[in-house]
Ligand binder design. Structure first.
Ligand SMILES: Cc1ncc(COP(=O)(O)O)c(C=O)c1O
Length: 378
C-alpha cells in the first residue's frame, strides 16, 4: 500500500473475506452450493410491480423512514408478537444497513458487543466500524449451535453494551427454542444489554412456527429483510422493528447515510406484503425437500458429520480432516462451490458450509463430487 497513512485506522482494521479468492478457483460451469440467497426469483407479480411503481412516478426521494403505508403493513405483519405501529418501523437498505445504523446509534468507543462465532460476516466489522470491541461467543454443533449460558455470562463485563443473536442461523441452520430465548433475554435483562436480533430467516423454520425475540424484551432491535422472504436480495430492502425512540435515533444515522429507501422497490414491497404474503411457504416446501436430500447424502460420506438443520438453508457439518480449507479448495476446483467454516469465525474452522438453495440435481451431483474429494482426504 503506497500511502498507508492516508487511510483511516477504521478501514485498515477491517478485512474483506477471503472467500472470493477460493470461488475464483472454480472453472467453467459450477454447481453453486455457496449461495447465501434463495435460488428463486421474486414473485412475478412483485417483479411487475417494480416497473409499475416506476411508471406511476415513484422515482423520487421518499420519506426517509420509508413509505408510511409500507411501515404500517410491516407493523401489521407482526401483530401477533406485539402492538406495533408504523412508528416502530424503519425501512432500511437491506438488513445490512439496519445493522450498521443500529450499531452506530448505540455503540461508543470501547463498548463491547457480543456476537456469535461462527456467525454471519457483518457483525464483527460493523461493531469495529462503530468503534466498539467485538467479543465472540462460541456456538457448537454438540449444542445444536445454541449458545451456552455460561459462555455468554463469562464474556459480559461492565463495558458490554449489546448482544447480537441470529436465529434461524447462518451459517449453521440452528434455531432457538422458547427456553433458549428466555435464557438470553434473562441475561440481557440482568445486565441491562441491548439485544440486536438478526431474523432475516424469520419464517424459514421447518418444524415449528417462527421463534422470535420480538415482543419478548423491551430493549430489542429486531432486524429483518425482504431479501430472503421474497427472494429479492439484489433489491436491497430491509427493516427494523424497535421502540419508537430507537427508530428516531437510528433514523438519524439512516437519513445521513442513505437519505431514504429505494422508492420503486418500496412500492413493490407493498405489493409483496399485500398480494404475495405466502411466497415463503412455496420456497420453504422446496427447501425442506432439498434439506432432507442433502442431509441424507452428507451423512453417508466418510468423515462428515452433519446435523439436520431446523431453519434457514444451510448445512454446517463438522469434517474429520486437519485442513478443511484444502478440502474446500479441492471441491471448488472440481466445480462445486462451498464455503470453509472459518470464513464465519475461528470456531467454524472444522466445518464446511453448504447451501441447499440449489436444485436437487445439483445437490446430488455436488455431493457426489464432494464425496470423491473426501475419499482422497480421509
Ligand atoms: C444472517 C444474515 N443477516 C443479514 C443478511 C443480509 O441481509 P440483507 O440482504 O437484507 O442485507 C444475510 C444475508 O445473507 C444473512 O444471512
Amino acid at each position: 500500500m503506497p500511502f498507508p497513512l492516508m487511510f483511516s485506522k477504521r478501514v485498515r482494521s477491517i478485512e474483506l473475506s477471503g472467500i472470493r479468492k477460493i470461488f475464483d478457483m472454480a472453472q467453467g460451469d459450477v454447481i453453486n452450493l455457496g449461495l447465501g440467497e434463495p435460488d428463486f426469483q421474486p414473485p412475478p407479480r412483485v417483479m411487475d410491480a417494480v416497473y409499475e411503481g416506476v411508471k406511476r412516478g415513484y422515482n423520487k426521494y421518499g420519506p426517509s423512514k420509508g413509505f408510511p403505508e409500507l411501515r404500517r403493513l410491516i407493523a401489521e405483519k407482526y401483530k401477533d408478537y406485539g402492538d406495533f405501529t408504523k412508528d416502530n418501523v424503519l425501512v432500511t437498505v437491506g438488513a445490512t444497513e439496519g445493522f450498521i445504523a443500529t450499531l452506530l446509534s448505540f455503540v461508543d468507543k470501547g463498548d463491547e458487543v457480543l456476537y456469535p462465532d461462527p456467525g454471519f460476516v457483518l457483525y464483527k466489522p460493523h461493531t469495529m466500524i462503530a468503534g466498539g470491541k467485538p467479543v465472540a461467543y462460541p456456538i457448537y454443533q454438540e449444542n445444536e449451535f445454541v449458545p451456552k449460558q455460561d459462555d455468554l455470562l463469562e464474556r459480559i463485563t461492565s463495558k458490554t453494551k449489546a448482544i447480537i443473536v441470529n436465529y434461524p442461523n447462518n451459517p449453521t441452520g440452528g434455531v432457538l427454542s422458547d427456553e433458549h430465548i428466555k435464557m438470553i433475554v434473562d441475561i440481557a435483562e440482568d445486565n441491562d444489554l441491548l439485544i440486536i436480533s438478526d431474523e432475516v430467516y424469520f419464517n424459514l423454520l421447518y418444524d415449528s412456527p417462527p421463534k422470535t425475540f420480538l415482543g419478548k424484551y423491551d430493549k430489542l432491535v429486531f432486524i429483518n429483510s425482504f431479501s430472503k422472504e421474497f427472494a429479492m436480495t439484489g433489491w436491497r430492502l430491509g427493516y427494523i422493528i424497535a421502540p419508537e425512540e430507537y427508530v428516531e435515533q437510528i433514523g438519524k444515522i439512516h437519513y445521513y447515510t442513505v437519505a431514504c429507501p429505494q422508492s420503486p422497490i418500496e412500492y413493490a414491497a407493498i405489493v409483496a406484503l399485500k398480494e404475495t404474503p405466502d411466497y415463503i411457504n412455496y420456497m420453504r416446501e422446496k427447501f425442506q425437500k432439498r434439506r432432507n436430500l442433502m442431509y441424507s447424502l452428507l451423512k453417508n460420506i466418510k468423515g462428515v458429520h452433519p446435523n439436520l438443520p431446523k431453519g434457514a438453508f444451510y448445512m454446517f457439518p463438522k469434517i474429520d480432516v486437519e485442513n478443511v480449507v484444502e478440502v474446500v479448495k479441492e471441491t471448488v476446483k472440481r466445480g462445486v462451490l462451498c464455503t470453509p467454516g472459518e470464513a464465519f469465525g475461528e470456531n467454524g474452522k472444522e466445518h464446511i458450509r453448504f447451501s441447499y438453495a440449489a436444485s436437487e440435481k445439483n445437490i446430488k451431483r455436488g455431493m457426489e463430487i464432494f464425496a470423491e474429494v473426501m475419499e482422497k482426504f480421509t
